[in-house]
Design a protein around this ligand. Structure first.
Ligand code: ATP
Length: 305
């Protein structure tokens, strides 16, 4: 009987995992709101991600044909580099990440990873090579360990602990009533915004993808912990594309792309952009400094440098 039920049971579990993943995918970030149907190519090419080079070449895109959202966007993320996307609300930052995940097809131009157009590969392969750290992480109503293993279901306990430590959440988990077996989520232990983000980071570290998309939290973490966590993620062995809300966390990015109304209006390193005194980036900095001063946040800003 065990022999008979074994595989069925396995399938049952597997099916539940798929279902849960599906729900999570849909909820994942506001970033991935309302994904539309995208078909795999009839003869998919293999996607062998090596360095994780990302190229947007003259990309134009609109959710609604009457209203363009991205126009003629071109950039190249060198393997292992960090690219930061900044710009006012609605300028198209999240859309760039959604397009890289191929939740929508673009109307013009091309997007490629390590030289392969993302339309030519299976979506599963594409999404398997990219890790996402959303701003708002959805936790399953399951144990904290299950939630971490979601990054890579086959990982060993040791690997889970190591990555939790890197994401600075291991000690916290040990302080929970049942440690890694503690139930979390809506019906279990509620984690704070910052803790949830650490779980998302640990998951992504477990998955160990060549490309990471990071939607920086606006308020879950203070600037100092945010910088520490980002440095756990940022290594030269991965390409990182980060949507930055707080400019202080991206001063070391290799390239900052400043978006405005769907176009890249400025690009460069922090230093080069700050030299343009009449530039959009410079303005954003001045505004943010003023706001943080107003909120008494100057101390945390200056201690960053
Ligand atoms: P924020 O900083 O506020 O998150 P953003 O720069 O990430 O903004 P996007 O979310 O990329 O901006 O949105 C760019 C534009 O596309 C906005 O005008 C938005 O209203 C529009 N948009 C976003 N998602 C959709 C959608 N699913 N359908 C139609 N329009 C959308």
């Amino acid at each position: 009987i065990t022999q008979l039920y074994g595989p069925l049971n396995w399938f049952g579990n597997y099916y539940r995992v798929i279902q849960k993943n599906f729900v999570d995918m849909e909820k994942m970030l506001d970033l991935f709101k309302e994904p539309v149907e995208i078909d795999d190519p009839p003869e998919p090419k293999p996607l062998i991600v090596k360095g994780g080079e990302v190229v947007f070449d003259k990309v134009s895109f609109a959710y609604d044909p009457r209203r363009p959202v991205l126009e003629d966007v071109s950039f190249k993320a060198e393997p292992g580099s960090t690219i930061a996307l900044v710009g006012p609300s609605g300028s198209g930052k999240s859309t760039i990440l959604r397009l890289l995940f191929r939740f929508y097809d673009i109307q013009q131009g091309s997007i490629s990873i390590d030289g392969v157009d993302i339309r030519d590969v299976r979506q599963k392969a594409l999404r398997g090579s990219i890790g996402v750290v959303p701003q708002d992480t959805v936790l399953f109503n399951d144990t904290i360990k299950y939630n971490l293993l979601y990054g890579r279901p086959g990982a060993s306990d040791h690997e889970v602990f190591v990555t939790a430590e890197a994401a600075q959440i291991h000690d916290r988990i040990l302080s929970f009533p049942d440690g890694y077996e503690t139930k979390v989520g809506e019906r279990g232990l509620r984690l704070s915004g910052g803790e949830k983000q650490r779980v998302a980071i640990a998951r992504t570290l477990l998955k160990n993808p060549a490309i990471i998309l990071l939607d920086e939290a606006t308020s879950a973490l203070d600037t100092r912990s945010e910088a520490a966590l980002q440095s756990a993620l940022l290594t030269r062995s991965r390409t990182t594309i980060v949507i930055a809300h707080r400019l202080s966390t991206i001063v070391n990015a290799d390239q900052i792309l400043v978006l405005k109304e769907g176009r890249i209006v400025e690009r460069g390193t922090h230093e080069s952009l700050m030299r343009m005194r009449d530039g959009v980036y410079f303005d954003m900095w001045m505004k943010q400094l003023k706001d943080e001063q107003g909120l008494g946040g100057l101390a945390s800003m200056t201690s960053m440098d």
